[in-house]
Write a protein that binds this ligand. Structure first.
Ligand SMILES: [Fe+2]
Ligand SMILES: [Fe+2]
Length: 197
């Protein structure tokens, strides 16, 4: 009879797999998107808030990591995907948001106009734009605003990863906020208790 794997061994194996996967994603992001990751724009992206609780930079890296992960799964299923296009497209998709307050008159305008601006920024940073990357950036907001629908599998991947992470950012942020409120209430209750002796 097969010996049952003890819990700690199972945890170790899961952790190892996660570490391997994280390293693989990091390597691919650096390999295909190194010039974007090392750019001044990306540094700036980590200074600008996005989706209330996050920064453009954090959101960008999350979207890129999710997109790359989807590519791995599809490749396992023998579905061919252009990984360099997904990496460059996802890393650049929101760079047009930088300097939002100076560039756009309203959130609506930012939402509508930033994909085109992201493309301009991407063209300045990336020497050789992978095929499909420009369309990925320009169409990533679909179905919001006036964005056209993605015209490639790679475009769908980034657009879906973007929505998934936007929702996660907002939900996670509200959790942090709730915890903040809970901690505040707890501290206030304690103060009252202390006052009453
Ligand atoms: Fe966007
Ligand atoms: Fe985004």
């Amino acid at each position: 009879m097969k010996k049952p794997i003890i819990k700690s061994e199972l945890h170790r194996q899961i952790k190892e797999r996660h570490d391997d996967r994280r390293d693989r994603i990091q390597n691919d992001l650096q390999k295909y998107g190194g010039e974007v990751l090392d750019s001044e724009e990306m540094k700036e992206a980590f200074q600008q808030t996005h989706h209330k609780w996050s920064t453009v930079g954090e959101h960008t890296v999350r979207v890129a990591a999710t997109s790359v992960l989807i590519c791995y799964v599809l490749r396992k299923m023998k579905i061919n995907v252009n990984l360099p296009a997904v990496v460059v497209g996802s890393l650049c998709h929101d760079l047009g948001i930088l300097g939002r307050n100076e560039k756009y008159a309203s959130a609506k305008e930012c939402s509508r106009e930033h994909p085109r601006e992201s493309l301009e920024v991407a063209r300045e940073i990336v020497d050789e734009m992978p095929e499909k990357a420009e369309d990925i950036i320009e169409r990533h907001m679909w179905p919001l605003g006036k964005s056209e629908a993605p015209n490639s599998l790679e475009g769908v991947i980034v657009s879906v990863a973007d929505k998934y992470n936007a929702v996660k950012d907002i939900v996670k942020g509200s959790e942090i906020n709730n915890t903040g409120v809970k901690n505040y209430l707890k501290a206030e209750k304690q103060k009252i208790k202390d006052r009453m002796g």
